[in-house]
Ligand binder design. Structure first.
Ligand SMILES: [Zn+2]
Length: 144
């Protein structure tokens, strides 16, 4: 995965469970059995203590808004057709910070610390890996 919030990720065998869960409407985290801290994005080693004893677990989907930026111009497809959008960093209830996109919140209503809840959006891959391939990416919107 890249640092661009809604950029379409590369999916490999390691991150496959994460994307499969997203397609089913579930957000997964990685939690370290050694130090018990959760992290995101998914890594094979714990970024806090470097333990390899890291497992997938379902996240609550609750988060608070840490920071955001309204993107008015992006020349990379598919973003050009989607501007403006809200690129954001949220603090998941479990602790990890996640780059994402905030949806369904008017720009003027965005507040640091506001409660958000995960939602899922299907995206095409612009023919990068075949014309019919769709992935589901987690985004965040108002709590339901
Ligand atoms: Zn750890």
């Amino acid at each position: 995965m890249t640092a661009t919030p809604a950029n379409l990720p590369d999916i490999d065998a390691f991150t496959r469970p994460y994307w499969d869960a997203a397609a089913e409407g579930r957000l997964l985290l990685r939690r370290c059995a050694a130090c018990e801290r959760a992290h995101h994005y998914p890594r094979e080693f714990c970024p806090h203590c470097w333990s390899e004893d890291v497992r997938w677990e379902p996240a609550s989907g609750r988060a608070t808004l840490y920071t955001w930026s309204v993107v008015h111009r992006n020349d990379l497809p598919p973003f050009g057709e989607r501007v403006p959008y809200v690129a954001a960093v949220v603090d998941l209830a479990e602790g990890p910070r996640m780059m994402t996109e905030v949806v369904d919140v008017p720009e003027g209503d965005l507040r640091i610390g506001m409660e958000l809840e995960v939602a899922f959006r299907q995206e095409g891959t612009e023919g990068r890996e075949g014309p019919d391939r769709q992935i589901t990416v987690p985004v965040f919107g108002p709590p339901r």
